[in-house]
Design a protein around this ligand. Structure first.
Ligand code: CA
Length: 231
């Protein structure tokens, strides 16, 4: 895990310096960018293993940068926000951050979270593709698509949506309780069952618009299941 490259997108030089010191102490390499455009260029060119992303930046803000990173792939991202409101955290997680910290934070905490995120994301198992009806989930390529016989329509999913889909696809037709899905799929520090409902609702909408409606169904008072038996 170490020797991993961490991209710091942060406009406060003192914070960059502190983070560089703490990450270096644990054997990580770092590169920094003081705005989003430079950060995105570094991301494209250097393919960092993890990004620590400040929300308040000149030019593009952290959410816009995160969205751009997610359009490209699944590089793990930890958001650093000075805004403690839950709404901001939820927004960060919904558009695909892996974790967040609230400023001012302890640099040791960021390093610990980075290690945890890297452990979690590098431990993805290399199973075969899972097929359920017209849906295929590929845990290795980290992608999912629907094929109705007229070509593949890939699903543009957030990390959390993908995790939910992968988890449920691993046991077709089994009903998953909300609390199980929270534990298995939601980022650390985000444990609201209502949040699962919101991710699931987005996932269903995306499945439906790719032609796979009816695959993911709610089981009243319990949770959800993914399967092609329900039509
Ligand atoms: Ca800032």
């Amino acid at each position: 895990m170490n020797n991993a490259l961490i991209l710091l997108i942060e406009d406060e030089p003192e914070i960059v310096e502190i983070l560089e010191t703490y990450f270096a102490r644990e054997g990580f390499r770092t590169i920094s960018a003081n705005d989003g455009a430079i950060g995105l260029a570094h991301h494209q060119r250097l393919k960092p293993d993890l990004i620590v992303l400040d929300v308040k930046l000149p030019g593009l803000d952290g959410f816009e940068i995160l969205a751009a990173i997610r359009r490209r792939g699944d590089t793990p991202v930890i958001m650093a926000t000075a805004l403690a409101e839950d709404l901001d955290k939820l927004q960060a997680l919904r558009i695909g951050a892996d974790d967040y910290v609230v400023k001012p934070y302890n640099p040791m905490e960021i390093v610990a979270r980075a290690k945890a995120v890297l452990r979690r994301t590098s431990g993805r198992d290399a199973r075969q593709q899972i097929r359920i009806g017209a849906l295929t989930v590929d845990p290795v390529a980290y992608m999912a698509f629907v094929d109705l016989g007229t070509g593949q329509r890939s699903l543009e999913l957030t990390r959390t949506e993908f995790r939910l889909l992968q988890c449920m696809a691993s046991s077709p037709n089994r009903v998953f309780e909300r609390s199980e899905l929270v534990d298995a799929c939601l980022p650390e520090g985000e444990a609201l069952e209502r949040t699962v409902d919101s991710h699931i609702s987005n996932l269903r909408r995306k499945l439906a618009s790719a032609g796979a409606d009816g695959l993911l169904v709610g089981v009243r008072g319990v949770g959800y299941r993914l399967g092609d038996s329900g039509g």
